[in-house]
Design a protein around this ligand. Sequence first.
Ligand SMILES: Nc1ncnc2c1ncn2[C@@H]1O[C@H](COP(=O)(O)OP(=O)(O)OP(=O)(O)O)[C@@H](O)[C@H]1O
Length: 414
Amino acid sequence: MYFETQKLSVGYHRRPLIEDIDIGIWQGGILCLIGPNGSGKSTILRSITRHLTKLGGVVAIGGRDLDGMSDKELARHVSVVLTDRIEPELMTCWEVVAAGRYPYTNHFGKLSREDQRIVEDSMARVNALELREQRFTELSDGQKQRVLLARALCQQPEVIVLDEPTSYLDIRHKIELLDILREMTASRGLSVVLSLHEVDLATKLADVVVLVKDNAIFRCGAPEDVLDDDTIRQLYDIHDGSFNLLLGSVELCGAAGEPRVFVVPGEGRGAPCFRALQKRGLPFATGILQRCDVDWAVAETLAARRYEAESFSPPAPDTLRAAVAAACSSACVVDSGAAIGPYNRENLELLRAAAGAGVPVLTLRRERLESLEAARPFDTVRALMDEAARLAAGKGGGVCPSSGAASGAIAGTV
Ligand SMILES: Nc1ncnc2c1ncn2[C@@H]1O[C@H](COP(=O)(O)OP(=O)(O)OP(=O)(O)O)[C@@H](O)[C@H]1O
């Protein structure tokens, strides 16, 4: 490993917070700490960079113990972007970035032409050149973050340490930051050690993730091997709602209770309907859901009841029968508008059965489906859900299907 810690112990007032930290990353690699608030990520990063005195162990770069380096020497090897907001009175952004050249300048701190070129280049890399004459204290948090990154790059370090560098950045600047780090690791062999709160970004950026929890390194390894939905639930003690790593999406807790609305999903079109129902506090059932559909992952958390089939397969007859019965006894059925083909034709049967049983079918579909003329089209999810909510509250005045009608529909379907 190019950068590594051996039996590192970190903490405050001589009291260890985390001990025996053995982590490392190769030249050109990215190591990312993730974990809940207060788990110790910043403490580890500050101890690595000597902003905090470590309580024991070794931090080394290229086999050299950092303890043996002067501050200036350390600054040539390691640069740092921490969460502390520096407030340099009256300094322009150019001057803040130029301060990153101090490990290379003489006693008078005079910048050579080459130094000036590097400052300019670093600012250009983070798209901050237009801020050069502005006072640092007058920038937004996101702009400050970019200027501080430019300063860290300007130090031309071998290792860059960043504590939650994305926290103030909008989506575009987050992507840009991650691109810059990836480009620097690939082109210059820079090693990166950082902490992130966005687990999904960590999976996309890091070569190694270190999961920090309960005063210990909980797990460590390649994100592909270490991170899954279960591990994340454990890491963050998630009980309500869920996090889906594949989609990088957080889902809140779904409404519990007897479903009054039935959603026919597919192609990810079910998910916006599920979320709209969740926001209205309406429990819903959904089917037929295929495991390969992204709707499946969202429904797993939000649906009160699910009727499922294996990927690219028809549902089991019992499942279909139960789904039809559920749809036919709902206050309304929502057709999310997914294309119907050989692998999900049962969903069309389901819609027809519900319509045949007199259940209002509300659809987001643009084209009318054959033998589903009774479906009421809606242009927006919101308008449709307003109607679904009205019907679910029993204000529809529509037909409440008799059990006879429902069973007839089921018999005709299956
Ligand atoms: N200066 C300090 N003195 C004593 N304890 C501290 C100090 N700074 C932080 N701590 C404690 O150390 C623990 C770890 O804090 P740390 O800031 O490292 O967590 P973190 O994982 O970076 O959290 P977050 O995700 O919220 O930034 C916390 O319990 C915190 O209260």
